[in-house]
Design a protein around this ligand. Sequence first.
Ligand code: ADP
Ligand code: MG
Length: 601
Amino acid sequence: MGRVEVLSEALVSLISAGEVVENPSSIVKELIENSLDAGADSIEIETKGGGVDYISVSDNGTGILRDDCEVVLHRYSTSKISKREDIDAIQTYGFRGEALASIAAVAEVKITTQSSEEEIGSRINSRYGEQPVVTDTARPPGTRVEVFNVFEMVPARRKHLGSARAENYQISEIVAKHAIARPDVGFRFLRDGEMLVDCPPNQEETERIAHIWGKEIAEALIPVNLQKDGIAVSGYVAKPPVSRGNRSRECFSVLKRPIHDTRLSEALESSFHSLLMKGRYPICVIDISLDRSNVDVNVHPTKREVRILDMDATLSVLRDAVRNSLIGKPQVSSDSSLDEFYGEDAIAVAPEVSALQTKDGGLERPPIDSVQVLEQTILDSGQIADAHSVVEFLSGTYRVIGQLHEMYILLESEEGLLLVDQHAAHERILYEEIRNDIEEDAIHVQELLEPIVLSLGTNEAEMVLGLKEVLYRIGYTVESFGGNEIAISSVPAVFETRTGAAELMSFVGRAIEVGHQVAKETLLDEIAKLTACHSAIRAGQSLTHEQMADIIVQLAKLPRKHNCCHGRPSMVRLKRDDIDRSVGRLGPDAIRRYRARHRVD
Ligand code: ADP
Ligand code: MG
């Protein structure tokens, strides 16, 4: 007898379920997409315990007909395509008929559904891929899918799930992405009993973004709109310096289908070249629309990726679109200090690029990407650098003239010279950002691939573990690693690339020092300060003009800008008059006074 066996249907489902259902957030994604495909204009998502314990997605869509209830949980059963040609004309999010089957293979599923065409609704109960049971029920038209105990029967997978917090974060991201891509649909999201999102249907695009991402981002948005070669790029980008420490706010969709593609991110980021500090990423909501025949949506089991036939052309239109918005007159803007950054001067350089045209009028293929040429031209001519270094600050106009001792940003104005301590300034900016995020319960965390294990002194581990909850609120996940060792598996995202054992060790040292002396709220604030301090730019770090201008622009927006968060002054002003006098020169004020005294005109 041979050794090769054809696997049973149940086993095949379990194996292939892994492709669609990686974690609870992928279940949420599939269920939201089913609701959208069912034409719902109101979707309610509820999760408990990071989605592992419970997920429910209800909608007011078409519902499932009784005759279909027996098959919807089967693999490759779908109402969305039926013949070969349909694949090339897919308008729905789903079409593979795999999602419900995959979810049912790894969890307990209950569906209640009512079609408006039928009198009686249906309830479908399924346990881990067993034959589902269908009974009668009644509910308003629409469908509710409930999922319990994800991966309970697949312990190997359950072990690989992130913490409840990490899963929650992923789920929120999925809900946010869909809510932003579809402002026409109402979304409610209830997590562990708390209503996190509640958006009505038919919102304006920017109104929806404000709802999901907050006012600061919404107010910084400028529209992006370009149509070229059959490719239309439309949406919004946030004006710098409004940005993020990671790519989580770069939202792309192709034909309104949210997708993930690093090439699109890189193209977007290249258009922001030099306008954002290193380690900062743009914020965007951009939809790419092109002829349906140029897009293959069937390339990824979770449909997270699509294949665009002429990707190079698409990237080029995307870059141009974003660039035009950034250097053109912002269309939705009242912030004049930023207008100067991307004013007409920059546009005036554009003809340089057309110099790439050959004599006979043909367009020579540029040696490097034309966008980079434009970038370089702008930089070489010093225009962005110059424009960038003029900032509105402390109700005056300042020009960034350079850096002193890799420690101070020097700003010149009519009144004199301003020295801004680069570390103190950046620390204040980060501190305010962290406090804001704590208040909105929106701390961005960076999960470490490998937890960092710290060996502490006697009792120290216990003390840090005693601060666990407060640390958690601000983004640190700390667990005991046995004995005097602790494992840190997530840190606040502001740490960016700097996180290392040494960094955390000194942080822990300080946290212990202050931790047992103060009340919880004060401790939270202390830790916010420490985190800001440890992740801020340091003295000794050299900065470009753009980076310096960026810091000043951000600082200018804060109410408490004169001190670092520990109270140290962050800037010193040297009056022009004093400078002049100290070298025995008569400054403009002295000259004015002299003239007044001696009645000289
Ligand atoms: P696909 O979306 O690829 O068709 P699924 O496994 O996600 O596959 O869903 C199978 C079928 O179940 C769908 O084609 C649709 O007919 C039906 N269905 C699933 N969810 C819903 C819903 N929320 N409302 C109406 N019908 C649904
Ligand atoms: Mg589906």
